[in-house]
Design a protein. Sequence first.
Length: 320
Amino acid sequence: MSPATDPRTYDLDAVRRRVLPERGGAVDDSIPQLADADPELCGLALVLADGSTHASTQSDVPFSVQSAVKPFLFALALLDTGGQALDRIGIEPTGEAFDAIKLETSTGRPPNPMVNAGALLTAALVDGGDTDARTDRILRGLSAFAGRDLEIDEGVARSEHLCGDRNHALAHLMRAEGTLTVSADDAVAVYARACAVLVDARTLAVMAATLAFGGTNPVTGDVVVPPDVARDVVSVMATCGVYDGSGRWMRSVGVPAKSSVSGAIALSAPGVLGAAVVSPPLDEQGTSVRGRLLAEHLSDDLDLHVFGRRAGSAADLPAG
Ligand code: GLU
């Protein structure tokens, strides 16, 4: 094994060039805006403990965050319920697709916060008296993770709301089980708007870094969530973040992560760095094909695998 590269001098455009020839996967077509995504988009960014951001070409191209928002919704739900969200949602991997119409058999709870059922519920558990207030609180919370004011792509939100039949079905099922207390349509509306928040690889890397560094945004210095909340969220990313591909992901990349249908993946390497990769063509589990390759290169080159660190790695760099 070669020694780890210093992330401060890592050539992100070189690693990007390594994955560009890969042509596998298909762009998601669940809504027109995602179907129109540029399959050639490919970008990545890293954020280190001192708040420095290192980014490749195309790391500032905006896209809707989609399911990469789920760890942050879980964090906000934990914060706003004082941890009680953990009684309302399971934390076990499902081995099934992200939108499986399935709840825990004995409890009627969603299986975990990284699949759609769980994220519909976490979005509903965030503080706010109605959908607008809850959406506003989510947008402010996500902006604190990002260290800048984020915006919603209203066209994407409308399409998600209209085309998200399985999300409507899940919300109704949770109503029937008594798990969801707001109306099914309100729950889908808030979740759809959270999925439609615009980010880019740089921004998503700052958000992932905030979780990697115990809930404190390394760029702004703001404590967004307490360390125990960040720890809970990163733990569930490790076991459930890549849906029914989570086991394979942890073996080959070894960094807690969350995939999304926009082709972005947020990676939180605890105490080391936050990263984001984006490339729209997806594999059968909804994971970006080039994104996975980028993550494998990052993990290997920067020695990020949480169960296989070599000596003298990025984990040993001084903070601040
Ligand atoms: N907006 C998508 C949905 O709820 C997100 C799915 C994903 O990114 O995996 O169907």
